[in-house]
Design a protein around this ligand. Structure first.
Ligand SMILES: Cc1cc2nc3c(=O)[nH]c(=O)nc-3n(C[C@H](O)[C@H](O)[C@H](O)COP(=O)(O)O)c2cc1C
Length: 165
């Protein structure tokens, strides 16, 4: 079983993903967490939708469920330090993370991080607890696009950038 888990982790480490920070603010407080699990669900429902998988013990996950809104901030390739900050690698507590980042509140009150290649402000549509992680689906209400479209990637356990063949 441990072997299956290790082979799964090694296999998934080969899937380079983009890196985002899911932020939230509201009655449960302001939190943010680095995620590689951001995925588009649909552009063609009542509103575009996306999903993120966040560990159930992450304070950001519980806060998103309570605040019923969040912002998915897709990081620019130069934002490794911001990724480390919101992954807890910089050892900053939840409020201190926001003091070290530039951000503004979007129309839904969600923290929109400056310098991201795209920001998607969402209302919580639904969430499902699957074993250790919440699968969180958001309905997108606003999108900000920077003029720097290169997204930060994470693959084979390191930050990477995409290069064109
Ligand atoms: C590149 C990268 C991607 C990550 N992706 C996820 C993810 O999709 N879901 C998740 O729950 N944690 C993910 N993590 C781990 C969390 O960022 C980290 O464990 C968490 O922030 C721990 O601190 P906190 O729970 O106190 O915020 C990722 C970390 C890194 C560095």
């Amino acid at each position: 079983m441990q072997d299956l888990r290790n082979r799964f982790l090694e296999g998934m480490s080969r899937a380079a993903t983009f890196v985002a920070v899911a932020t939230t603010d509201g009655e449960a407080g302001r939190f943010g967490v680095t995620i590689s699990s951001l995925t588009s669900v649909s552009a063609d429902g009542d509103a575009p939708s996306l999903l993120a998988c966040i560990h159930h013990l992450s304070p950001a996950a519980t806060a998103i469920l309570k605040n019923r809104a969040f912002c998915a901030n897709l990081l620019h390739e130069d934002q490794q330090a911001l990724s480390d900050l919101f992954a807890g690698r910089a050892k900053a507590d939840a409020p201190a993370r926001f003091e070290q980042a530039d951000w503004h509140a979007g129309p839904e009150g969600q923290p929109v991080l400056a310098g991201a290649t795209a920001n998607f402000e969402c209302r919580l549509a639904t969430a499902l607890l699957w074993e250790t992680h919440y699968i969180i689906v958001g309905k997108v209400t606003s999108v900000w696009l920077s003029d720097q479209p290169a997204a930060l990637l994470y693959g084979q356990r390191a930050y990477r950038r995409a290069v064109q063949f």
